[in-house]
Design a protein around this ligand. Structure first.
Ligand code: PDD
Length: 287
C-alpha cells in the first residue's frame, strides 16, 4: 500500500509529494516538528504535542500555519487512510520557501509556512522486545545549541550520537554537559534509586518531553518520589534502575551505561511498572 502524506493542504501519495529546494528547513534547518504516537489507531498525548508545537513556533517567531486548528483532523485522517494501528505521526512546520537563500527571515505575509505530515507504521510498538531486554547507552559530550527546549529539525548531532552508540555496540547515547546528563539523543533520561526517580529539571537545556510530564505525574500518583535536578553518569551507573522516555519508546529500561550494568543488568521492576501504567493510561486517554 502506498502511503498517503499531507503537504500544504493536500493529501498525496508519498512519491508525488514535494517541497521546494528553497524551503528554509532544507537550507537552514529552519523548522520545528512533533512526533505523536498511535496506539489502537488513536493519538497519544495529542494536546501536549500541539501545545509544544505552538510554543516552538512562538519561540522562533515563526508564523502559525493556517492549518493549525485542523491538525487533529489531519492526524486522524492520515491514521485512518494509512490504516495505522500502532505507529507514529510525524509533523513538520517550516518557515517556508523564500524566493532565494537568505539568512534574514522572509516576510511572513509573503512566505507561508510549509506543513508536512506523514505516518510511520510500527506494528508491535507497545509490545516492543527492546522494552523486555532494555537498552545500552554510552555517554557523549552534549555539543548542541542552547535552545534544546525548542523542537527544531537540527538533528545532525543527535544523529551522530546514535551512530557513535552503534559503533560502540550500544543502542543510544546520553548527552553530558559540564559533567551532568542533559538527556538522551531523542529522549529524556532518568535513574531510580530506592523509591526515588531522578531526572534533569526543565530548562532551555533539554526538550520538555510530553511523555516525561505524563510519566512523572503517574510516578507521583504511585507514591514514588521525584527529584528534578542535575545528575552525573556515575550516579546513574550506581542506581538500581535507569530508563528513558519519548513518544516513540514510551518508558524504555536502560540496562547498561558506558559498559557498566545497572542493577543486575536486566530491566528493573519499577521502570517496567511505569511503562505499564503509562501505556494503560495513555490508551484510555487516546483520541
Ligand atoms: N524525540 N528529548 C529529545 C532531544 C527528543 O528529541 C525527544 C523526542 C524527547 C522526548 O520528548 P517526547 O516525550 O515529547 O517525545 C526528549 C522524538 C520522539 C523524535 O525525535 O523522534
Amino acid at each position: 500500500m502506498t502511503r498517503t502524506v499531507y503537504v500544504n493542504g493536500e493529501y498525496l501519495p508519498e512519491n508525488e509529494a514535494t517541497v521546494s529546494i528553497f524551503d528554509r528547513a532544507f537550507l537552514m534547518a529552519d523548522g520545528v516538528y512533533e512526533v505523536t504516537s498511535v496506539l489502537g489507531g488513536k493519538l497519544i498525548d495529542f494536546d501536549g504535542h500541539a501545545k509544544r508545537l505552538e510554543r516552538s513556533l512562538t519561540e522562533l517567531d515563526m508564523p502559525k500555519p493556517e492549518a493549525f486548528d485542523e491538525l487533529l483532523d489531519i492526524h486522524r485522517k492520515l491514521v485512518e487512510i494509512n490504516e495505522i494501528d500502532e505507529g507514529m505521526v510525524y509533523l513538520q512546520v517550516t518557515r517556508g520557501a523564500a524566493a532565494d537563500r537568505d539568512f534574514v527571515f522572509p516576510d511572513p505575509d509573503e512566505v507561508k509556512p510549509t506543513v508536512v505530515l506523514f505516518t510511520q507504521n510500527k506494528p508491535g510498538l507497545a509490545d516492543s522486545p527492546a522494552a523486555k531486554k532494555g537498552i545500552k547507552v554510552i555517554s557523549i559530550e552534549d555539543v548542541r545549541w542552547g535552545r534544546r527546549d525548542i523542537k527544531t529539525v537540527q538533528l545532525l548531532y543527535p544523529s551522530m550520537g546514535k551512530m557513535m552508540a552503534k559503533k560502540a555496540g550500544a543502542d543510544d547515547a546520553w548527552l553530558v554537559e559540564d559533567g551532568f546528563v542533559t538527556e538522551g539523543t531523542s529522549n529524556n533520561a532518568y535513574y531510580i534509586k530506592g523509591n526515588k526517580i531522578v531526572t534533569r529539571a526543565l530548562s532551555n537545556d533539554i526538550l520538555h518531553g510530553i511523555t516525561r510530564a505524563a510519566v512523572l505525574r503517574f510516578a507521583r500518583e504511585a507514591q514514588m518520589e521525584v527529584e528534578e535536578r542535575n545528575f552525573t553518569i556515575e550516579e546513574a551507573q550506581d542506581a538500581d534502575e535507569a530508563f528513558i522516555t519519548s513518544a516513540s519508546t514510551f518508558v524504555m529500561p536502560v540496562v547498561e551505561i558506558d559498559g557498566k550494568a545497572i542493577g543486575d543488568g536486566t530491566p528493573g521492576s519499577r521502570a517496567a511498572r511505569l511503562r505499564e501504567i503509562y501505556l494503560d493510561e495513555s490508551r484510555k486517554a487516546a483520541i
